[in-house]
Write a new protein. Structure first.
Length: 362
């Protein structure tokens, strides 16, 4: 990639700049509404500061918007207005419903790297922040395959693992895996902090369990209030399901149901092992899948989202258009024979014809 623009230069934006420069992108320009944040990112060597938004995004091949979620729709719209057809625009917001619902320009493809830290600001930016991290991408029916390929390749170049997902499914997913844990961490600490037991201060007696479970409590409220409100419906649903499961445990305690509690703990043990397993660690040679696809909107989004749901990582892809009547050929690269077989099964279940072959180095 020749030129990258970053709009919003806090922790994530500055880390994108550092990682992009480390991957070989020489021209990384940035802009932030806060001059101090822009200066801090420039001092870290993450980017070259621009005098204006228009200067930052001019002639950029890709523009990454790293604004707070509440500001994303307006900021993405501003970047699209300041750029032409040669620029693809993405974001790094942790909710996707609002921004994808308000932006109809086909040059925009939503994104969300699942990483970060309790710290914030460019001073804490890290060139390795995205290494091995899931980076959700939200292509839709109008998404141009070549723009998606540019963004997909950029994410890979930063060391992240791109996973395609429907925007609404993304928000339900992160409500359960990110926003609910943040809410519960705050709840646990506030419950302990508001209690005294026979004169004892619970926080003073806290052990490793409480500390480990509340690591993310008290995260930047300027960021997290907006996230909670932006994803309120999905988070409320996750909280309701959590309440139902708490009631099951309460019932087991009241009835002395040791069997339920033993199964409950065993299930948690198994689920933790699944969580910690590296879903993308698939040994074997690179495999090529050739898929005949019709010429209609949404084909690429549907295929990438279906494979993403099965945690099948696409290393690269190419779409060759033949004709309106005959469609084209989508070529996907995945690592490992087992992964290729899983991918083929997913696509064949959707009615596609798939040919799998190893990639032979010449």
């Amino acid at each position: 990639m020749r030129r990258l623009a970053i709009v919003g230069t806090g922790l994530i934006g500055a880390s994108v700049g550092l990682a992009a420069r480390a991957s070989g992108v020489e021209d990384v320009r940035g802009w932030d509404i806060d001059p101090a944040a822009l200066e801090a990112a420039a001092e870290r060597g993450a980017l070259t500061p621009a005098a204006s938004l228009e200067d930052a995004v001019a002639d950029a091949e890709l523009a990454i918007v790293a604004a707070p979620v509440a500001a994303l729709p307006a900021q993405v719209a501003a970047v699209l207005a300041a750029t032409g057809e040669s620029t693809t625009v993405s974001d790094v917001g942790s909710t996707k419903g609002a921004v994808t619902g308000s932006v109809t320009d086909a040059r925009f493809i939503g994104g969300h790297p699942v990483c970060g830290s309790e710290a914030h600001g460019a001073a804490h930016a890290n060139v390795e922040l995205f290494r091995g991290a899931t980076w959700f991408l939200t292509p839709v029916a109008a998404t141009d395959p070549e723009r998606y390929r540019i963004l997909h390749g950029f994410v890979v170049s930063l060391g992240a693992v791109p996973v395609a997902v429907d925007p609404a499914a993304h928000d339900r997913l992160v409500a359960l895996t990110s926003h609910l844990p943040h809410a519960l961490a705050n709840l646990l600490l506030n419950q302990a902090g508001a209690s005294r037991i026979d004169g004892h201060e619970p926080l003073a007696a806290a052990g490793g369990s409480l500390r480990d479970m509340t690591r993310v409590a008290g995260a930047n409220p300027r960021i997290w209030v907006d996230i909670f409100l932006d994803n309120a419906e999905a988070l409320a649903g996750a909280l309701a399901e959590h309440r139902r499961r708490v009631e099951q445990v309460e019932k087991a305690l009241a009835e002395g149901d040791a069997g339920f509690l033993a199964r409950w703990i065993a299930d948690a043990s198994g689920n933790r092992k699944r969580m910690l397993a590296d879903a993308y660690e698939e040994p074997g040679a690179m495999q090529r899948l050739r898929v005949h696809v019709p010429d209609r909107p949404g084909v690429l989004a549907g295929i990438t989202q279906a494979l993403g749901a099965e945690r099948i990582n696409i290393e690269d892809f190419e779409l060759q258009h033949i004709s309106l009547e005959r469609g084209g050929t989508l070529t996907l690269l995945v690592t490992g024979e087992d992964e290729a077989a899983r991918a083929a099964a997913v696509l064949e279940a959707q009615g596609y014809q798939v040919v799998v072959s190893p990639v032979i180095d010449e």
